[in-house]
Design a protein around this ligand. Structure first.
Ligand code: FE2
Length: 350
């Protein structure tokens, strides 16, 4: 991606429990594309006119969005950006950021006890879902859902769940160590797409990323030799495994993966240190569309500034999980539901 946007460093200023270390500085994620207000408003109009409900008739919804993707209503620059990413290596560009993406004009506040069912009842426009689907169509990366997660919906909410209103929001939106999503699931998504809906304000919640290639490139030869050996384990994710495999494969789950001996543990700690040294971050704002190549980087979340509990209690991002192709996963999909991964005993969602 062409570097752009603000290259000044984001300051993570806080000393509160659960927050990032005081004075920690994280370089911001590059802004790849800023959609103009006119382009955004046109997309709000066209995506807002889609009739199918994505939570009831997902495939009909996709078919309508596909027509928009092929029409002049889709900005040429967005089409070119998706094509550019397809032409580039995800190893070299494992993240992406588009700003000023269209979201729904009205953003209901969901019940914290049953947020997904509350969303189904209260959300009557589907602009954000439309944009996530539009980009997936342009990029050729279909969405998937999981039979036993999120009521089988493709669209997930990053939203405080049961018992997390008020002060507990800090806990529910607190730090998440570096990881890949569904690292040990038999259908691991290739991409995570996230769109900011209601975020920002006085709080600072930083989503951070570290590129596998950048991490591995910084390792010395001796560490790399150890990291390529099966001398590590991640509890709940057998068998023992190397940290580094293939050209740029990195398997590490911070605070979970362990070295099986002192030398392996030392290398693991060095790798985690490099992850933090090369990370970039973003405090996702409404209309920020973030692309994560789930197999080419690790990501985390840091609560950098906790100043407004009420705002944090209703912070909301929409997210989808996507794959390069559903074909290789066909044997895991629910009969007659070509986007839904079947629940199987012992899978990562159980
Ligand atoms: Fe994640």
């Amino acid at each position: 991606m062409s570097p752009g946007g603000n290259e000044s460093q984001v300051r993570l200023a806080s000393g509160r429990p659960g927050c990032a270390a005081p004075g920690l500085r994280v370089p911001p994620l590059h802004v790849d594309l800023v959609i103009t207000d006119q382009e955004r408003d046109n997309l709000i109009d066209s995506l807002g006119s889609v009739r199918a409900n994505p939570y009831r008739h997902y495939e009909d919804f996709c078919a309508e969005v596909r027509r928009i993707a092929r029409s002049a209503g889709t900005p040429a620059r967005l089409r070119e950006y998706a094509a550019q990413r397809r032409a580039e290596s995800a190893v070299d560009s494992p993240t992406g950021l588009v700003k000023n993406a269209p979201i729904d004009p009205s953003l209901p506040v969901f019940d914290h006890e049953e947020p997904v069912r509350s969303k189904h009842a209260l959300k009557t426009t589907f602009v954000a879902e439309g944009f996530l689907t539009l980009y997936a169509e342009l990029a050729g990366t279909p969405g998937i859902s999981y039979e036993n997660a999120n009521l089988g919906d493709v669209f997930h909410d990053v939203y405080p769940g049961p018992g997390s209103a008020g002060d507990l929001a800090q806990k529910s939106l607190g730090p998440i160590s570096f990881h890949r999503d569904l690292a040990n699931h038999f259908v691991r998504p290739d991409y995570l797409y996230m769109l900011g809906m209601r975020s920002g304000g006085a709080n600072a919640v930083h989503t951070t990323f570290a590129s596998n290639k950048e991490v591995i490139s910084r390792m010395d030869a001796a560490s790399l030799t150890v990291a390529r050996q099966s001398r590590f384990e991640t509890p709940g994710e057998p068998p023992v495994h190397p940290l580094v495999s293939g050209a740029w494969g990195l398997r590490v789950s911070e605070n979970r993966t362990e070295g099986l001996d002192a030398e392996a543990e030392s290398v693991l700690r060095a790798v985690v240190g490099i992850v933090h040294a090369v990370k970039r971050g973003i405090d996702i704002q409404p209309g920020d569309f973030v692309i994560i190549c789930n197999n080419h980087c690790v990501h985390s979340r840091e609560l950098a500034e906790f100043a407004d509990p009420a705002q944090l209690a209703t912070r909301w991002l929409i997210k989808t999980m996507n794959v390069d192709s559903r074909g290789p996963h066909a044997r895991h999909l629910v009969d007659g539901v070509p986007y839904m991964v079947r629940s199987e005993p012992g899978d990562a969602f159980e």
